[in-house]
Structures are given as C-alpha cells and as structure tokens.
Design a protein around this ligand. Structure first.
Ligand SMILES: NC(=O)c1ccc[n+]([C@@H]2O[C@H](COP(=O)([O-])OP(=O)(O)OC[C@H]3O[C@@H](n4cnc5c(N)ncnc54)[C@H](O)[C@@H]3O)[C@@H](O)[C@H]2O)c1
Length: 353
C-alpha cells in the first residue's frame, strides 16, 4: 500500500489535497504533517481524521522530519507547508523564511536521506513577482523576481529545490507554481473567505486601494489534480541543457488562465449573497508593496502531462461562497479563537512605508 506524506495538511490546500487523495485512492496510507501554525486548523481534516496518521511537526526541523520519514517510509511526498499570507509576512517575516525557505530544503534533504519515489515541492506564481506592462504571463522560464517577504521566502525555497533537482537528479524532486486558489477551508484572512464572512456578519468588504490588482484564479481541486499528476508523471532524465534553461527542469506552472481583479471578486461575493455591491464594498488603504498583476501560462503542464482544469470559474465561485455561508460554525470557531483577521494598513506598522 503506497504511503503518502503530505505536509501543511491542516491548511487550506493541504487539507483539500488529503481529502481529494483519499476519495481518489481510498487504499493509500496518508501521513499528514502540520505544526498548526497561524493558518493550521485540525477541523479541516475532520472528514478524514479516522483515515490518516497525523504528525504535529515543523518541516524546518531536520531531526523531527527525518525521524518521521524513517518511521513512515513514504513513497510519495507533497510539501504544501508554508506560511502563506502576504499581510502577515509584512508584519513579521522571520517565520516565513523558516517555513518557506529552510523548510523546503529540509524536506528535500529528508527525501535525499530516505529516498522516495517522487517528491513535489508546491510553490507559487508569486515567486515571479509582478508582470511588466504589456507582458502577457509568466512561464517556467521567467526569472524569479519576488518582491514581498512572503514571495521572497518562497523564492529562496525554490532556489534550494532547483539546486537539489540538478545536484541529485535521481531523487525525482519536482516543483509546481500555481495561480491563486479558491475553494472551501481557506482561512478567512484571505480575500474570498474574508469577504464572505464580513458580509455574513453585516460588515463591508475592505478592498485594498482601487481594487484593480489582478489575479489568476484556479479552483483548489484543479490545483490538487495538477499536483497529483506531476507527482506521478513518468519524467525522463533532466537534459544537461537545463543548467541554463529552467524550462527543461521538472517544474510545472498551473493555471486556468482566468484573470479577475480583486474588486470584481468582491462584487461577485456580494451578488452571490443576494445584495447590492455598491452598499457592501469599501475601499481602504492598500498594503505596502502590493503586486499589481500576475498571470501564469500552464502550457507545459497541458502539453507534456495532458492536464486541463475541469472546473469553470463562475459556478465554482458561487459554490465556494455558498460553502462559507453554509459552514458558519467552521469559520466562527476560527474567529472566536483568533479574533478579527483583516489588517488595517491606515496605521502603518514601524518599518513599513
Ligand atoms: N493559497 C493559494 O492561493 C496558493 C497559490 C499557489 C501556491 N500556494 C502554495 O500552496 C501551499 C499551501 O498554501 P495554503 O493556501 O494552503 O496555505 P495555508 O496557510 O492555508 O496552509 C499552510 C499550512 O502549512 C502549515 N505550516 C506552515 N509552516 C509549517 C512548518 N514549518 N511545519 C509544518 N507545518 C507548517 C500551517 O500550519 C498551515 O496549516 C503553500 O506552499 C503556498 O505557497 C498557495
């Protein structure tokens, strides 16, 4: 029976992946790792808790992670664990560097010390930075140009993963960069669940600046399917030319090519809740150093691995809004535990401008 080790499993995408995996391959063993940081929530794993082994561990701690590898002997590893919120990264970057950079290296090192069949490091579109005017999209060949503390920490992890891919090609380490995800179980500090939970509590949706920051949106289960496909792909040896051409490395960009502004997302949420956007949206001061626009091209994943997104944006967005409306206990428990999750950038913290 195949053993999967999934890190960040109590977070938004990790929990969706564990549920997706057990629905698709009910016989596999899942070792779910999470240190239950700010975004970690054991309730995200409730539907599958009886069917998994949970390990409370820090992926940046080599000793703990190596012990888990030796005990569980994973065949397949997916590293979703990261500190993930741009706002919180501005307020305190250090934990982001530890999870996103050191953690990425420790996970790759564990897969070197205790070899696995394949290992996917999950990264983000944000490592490429922001598109220049007139630029259509990023690809696997784009330079890493991260500019925020969150994305720079992810980019540092990416560089280490690229170094492992090229130095130890026999390890079968792959990497993905995905567009923005939406779907159930996302902490209500992020745009869509923050917007829904605000309106459901009679509060307006705070839209940063003019709201015309543009993002590339993909349903979380389409992301899970893409990661699973990359994990199981039969990839030939990496050609020597990859040393100067990152497009030849086992790296795959994931997107549905669906670009929407933050303001439009807020409008869709209000409309789905049967209200008038003009009354429920307020523009508030933008966060410092906010990326304006990013979109990513999934052509390599489509042509080499045959992946296509199978969910359409509008109906899935409506379904997502309904999920938060219908699972009020889930997010009320989070707010009761953590307090309000929005950040007020009109009071700039020391050191930001
Ligand atoms: N959410 C998106 O739109 C998106 C898009 C592209 C890529 N990604 C990437 O996907 C991954 C998952 O993102 P998410 O949105 O689910 O984030 P999330 O913040 O909801 O979940 C991350 C989980 O990782 C855990 N974690 C963090 N540091 C850890 C550590 N050192 N050890 C163990 N557990 C740790 C947290 O407790 C949390 O449960 C991240 O790597 C992120 O960069 C996210």
């Amino acid at each position: 029976m195949a053993v999967y080790l999934v890190t960040g499993a109590a977070g938004f995408i990790g929990a969706n992946y564990v549920q997706f995996l057990l629905a698709r391959e009910p016989q596999v063993q899942v070792v779910a790792v999470d240190y239950i940081g700010f975004a970690g929530n054991m309730a995200n794993l409730d539907p599958v808790l009886e069917r998994i082994t949970f390990e409370n561990a820090d992926i940046a701690d080599l000793e703990s992670m190596e012990a888990i590898y030796r005990r569980c002997r994973p065949d397949f590893v997916v590293n979703f664990a990261a500190e993930s919120h741009n706002d919180r990264a501005i307020l305190g970057p250090s934990s982001f560097m530890r999870s996103n950079a050191v953690g990425a290296q420790v996970m790759a090192e564990c897969s070197r010390l205790v070899p696995v069949k394949s290992h996917v490091h999950v990264s983000t579109i944000e490592v490429y930075g922001e598109l220049a005017a007139g630029e259509r999209w990023f690809t696997e060949r784009s330079a890493l140009n991260a500019k925020t503390p969150y994305s720079a920490a992810k980019a540092a992890g990416d560089q280490m993963v690229r170094a492992y891919m090229q130095t130890y090609p026999q390890l079968n380490i792959r990497m993905t960069h995905c567009a923005n995800n939406f779907g159930p179980y996302q902490l209500p500090e992020k745009l869509i669940p923050l917007a829904v939970t605000n309106v459901l509590r009679g509060r307006k949706i705070p839209v940063y600046g003019d709201g015309l920051q543009s993002r590339d949106w993909l349903h979380v289960i389409d992301h899970c399917e893409a990661v699973h496909r990359v994990l199981h792909a039969e990839l030939g040896p990496t050609p020597a030319a990859a040393a100067t051409d990152p497009g030849l490395l086992p790296i795959f960009d994931i997107s549905a090519r669906h670009e929407v502004t933050n303001l439009e997302i807020a409008r869709l949420v209000v409309t789905e809740l049967g209200l008038d956007p003009a009354e429920w949206i307020e523009h508030v001061p933008d966060r410092p150093n906010h990326d304006r626009r990013y979109v990513i091209n999934p052509e390599k994943l489509e042509t080499e691995l045959g992946w296509r997104p199978s969910r359409r944006f509008e109906p899935e967005m409506a379904e997502t809004v309904r999920w938060y409306r219908d699972n009020r206990d889930w997010w009320e428990a989070i707010l009761a535990d953590k307090g309000e999750l929005g950040v007020d950038w009109s009071q700039l913290p020391a050191g930001t401008s």
